[in-house]
Each structure stands twice: as C-alpha cells, then as structure tokens.
Design a protein around this ligand. Structure first.
Ligand code: ATP
Ligand code: MG
Length: 354
C-alpha cells in the first residue's frame, strides 16, 4: 500500500489546530510509523465555540479558510472530534453479534440507558473484549451517544470552509491513540486534557479506553474567576494567572489573585480526582498507574504537582510526537514545549483507519 496522508482537525473553545500526518505502508497501525508533515493553528474569538460546540459557524469557517491557506495544507479531507457533556460514553455488555448488525441494533438496545431519544442521537459502539457469559457469547465495549445537533454544528462549520469531514471521532479516543505509546501502552493510564472550557478524562488500560468523562471546566474558568474577583480584564487575568499559578508563596499584593486561582483550580483537581476514585472503585485490583496531562490548562504553574499530591499518583506531561518523525515542512522546533497542545489533532489523524 502506498503512503497516505490524513489531517486531524481539533476545534477547541479557544483555538483550532490541524495536524497532517503521513503514514507509510500499513497505514496508522502499520510498522512504518507516522510523520508529521504540517501543523497549523489559529486562535478563535471568545464565544464562537462554546463547550466544544460551534455557535458561530461563519466565523469558524473563515478562520479555517485562512488557516488552510497560511499553513498550506494540500488536502481538504479532515477527521474531526466531538466530546463534551452532551456526548455520553459508557461501558456496556451486549449479546454477541457481528459488529455491523450490533451497531444497527443499538437504537433498540440502548434506548432506556440514554437521557435523550435515540432519534436525536448518533450512536456507536467500540468493542474491547468478548467473553462467554451466563446467556452465551457476549461482547464488552464502549457505547458512544452524541446529540445530533452537537455534531452537525461542527460539521457545517468545517464544510463551510470548503473542507470535507471524513469521520467524526470521539476526542477521548483520539487522545488515547496519540498518547498511549511506549510504556504507557502497557500501563493503566489516566489521560487528562485540560482545555479552555472542557476537561476530558479518559482512563485506558493497556491502550484500551475503559472510562471517559467530560468535565465542564478548564483554564477559562480560572481566568474568569480571577477577572471577576479582582475586577480586571480577561487579558490581564490571563497574564496574572500564568505568573501566579497555584501552590507558590506570593507577596501580600497577590494574595487575592492566588486565592481566586486556587479556589477554581482546587475544584477542578477535585473533580478529576473523583473520576479516578470512581474508576478504581469499579475496577478492583486495577488501579491507575500514571496520569498524563495535555491541553493548555495543564500549564498553569504548580497544577501538575497539585494533582499529583491530591491523587497520590505520578503525573507526566503527554507528548504526542514521541516516536513520530517530523518533515521539514512541520517546523518541529516551533512546537518545542507545546507538544501537549497538539495531542488531539494528532490523535484524530491517527483515527481514520481505526
Ligand atoms: N502557561 C499557561 N499557564 C496557565 N494557563 C495556560 C497556559 N497556557 C495556556 N493556558 C490556558 O489553556 C487554556 C487553553 O487550552 P487549550 O488550547 O488546550 O484549549 P482548547 O482546546 O481551545 O479548549 P477546549 O479543549 O476546552 O475546547 C486557556 O484557558 C489558557 O488560559
Ligand atoms: Mg482542547
């Protein structure tokens, strides 16, 4: 098989990011590995994407058009992601059937599990294992149910830019695909992406997703609290947040700022820790070995240490580019220190053959 190229497009609340990967023969799962060919990003004006959903499609389309021209992406085919509180992901056991048949039977099988009508939902199922149960052969996996409008809004914004969405993937699965490599693929790892307005937690055992949660909080929540408590602008609060961080000694002139940041960051860490506790309680003997952080929000100074002491787990920064070659056109050096921000776009590009 000839080499193939795929562009993963991450539409975040503060930024759009696109990564073009080239795969050798064998595709994304082949031995030849991947090469980052191009990467580009553009900041989004506040409010045009809320909680992962495009609310102003024309603006997002215009930003994407400009990004495609500037970063010189050659293809218009993209893989996009979804993942917020309107996308439900849960573990499920079903009687064994061939996968295509199982997927088409989902509306009947899962209606009573969902808070929405199956007519308004896009449903998918990702099998993780098979076993012989009391009622015969069964399959265990993850059910994904997304509100149709959530997905449609983002698809139209992408189409409005003249791009062609080839696939819509779950953000959490994409994160695992780009980050669960090397030793992390052998461990039980909790991947935590702290974005501007969404924090995604996904626990994967030996590279296979076992629990997914979307928390409606992130770096914006910290900035907003700081701005409103201190009566300063969002831009001032953003800069102050990055300087003060959490858990450091500060002068008396900064006590108010430190308290405002800590108040929100503590709540965020507590919610994340609760998801770990839930996982451990439901998976006896299979505790989490390590926490892997990505997303801009994880760069708040002191946050990683704080999460590590609260959860009593080692915390590391995710690197989606470890083991990925870089072409000259990718301008790899410009990504130094920011690798964790591109995890989702890289993972979406990996998804096309999954
Ligand atoms: N050095 C830093 N210190 C503190 N916060 C930072 C730093 N760098 C970025 N951030 C925060 O990261 C957030 C943006 O992260 P990211 O780009 O991952 O979000 P997004 O993908 O656009 O949003 P989402 O994933 O929630 O839809 C902002 O709230 C920003 O303040
Ligand atoms: Mg994000």
């Amino acid at each position: 098989m000839a080499s193939s190229r795929v562009i993963g497009l991450d539409i975040g609340s503060s930024c759009v990011r696109a990564a073009e990967l080239e795969f050798g023969s064998g595709g994304p799962t082949g031995k030849a590995g991947a090469t980052l060919v191009r990467f580009g990003q553009s900041a989004l004006p506040l409010g045009v994407v809320r909680d992962g959903e495009v609310t102003q499609p024309e603006t997002v389309s215009a930003v994407l058009r400009e990004l495609w021209a500037r970063a010189r992406f050659e293809s218009k085919d993209v893989v996009i992601g979804v993942g917020n509180q309107r996308v439900i992901v849960r573990e499920l056991d079903l009687p064994w059937m061939p996968l295509a048949q199982l997927k088409s039977s989902l509306p009947y099988q899962v209606q009573e599990l969902l808070p929405m009508s199956t007519d308004d939902a896009l449903l998918d199922f990702f099998p993780t294992s098979e076993y012989d149960g009391p009622q015969g052969r069964a399959v265990h996996g993850m059910l994904v149910a997304a509100q149709r409008d959530t997905v449609n809004a983002n698809v139209s914004a992408v189409e409005g830019a003249g791009l062609r969405p080839q696939m819509v993937d779950l953000n959490a699965f994409a994160l695992v695909r780009s980050l669960a490599r090397g030793d992390l693929a052998q461990a039980t790892a909790a991947f935590v992406d702290i974005g501007a307005s969404i924090t995604t937690v996904v626990v994967a055992a030996q590279g296979s997703p076992r629990m997914v949660r979307s928390l409606p909080t992130g770096g914006h929540s910290v900035t907003n609290a700081l701005a409103s408590n201190l009566g300063i602008s969002a831009a001032e609060a953003e800069a102050l947040k990055r300087e003060v961080g959490i858990g450091y000694a500060v002068g008396s002139d900064r006590t108010d700022a430190a308290e405002a940041i800590a108040g929100v960051a503590r709540g965020l860490v507590e919610s994340v820790r609760n998801t770990f506790t839930y996982y451990t309680a439901n998976n006896q003997g299979a505790g989490i070995d390590v926490v892997v952080l990505t997303g801009g929000g994880c760069h708040l100074p002191g946050l990683g240490q704080y999460l590590s002491s609260a959860s009593r787990l080692p915390v590391v920064l995710g690197d989606p580019l470890s083991g990925v070659r870089s072409a000259k056109t990718a301008q790899r050096d410009s990504l130094n220190g920011h690798e964790s921000l591109i995890a989702l776009s890289v993972g979406l590009a990996y998804g096309v053959a999954a």
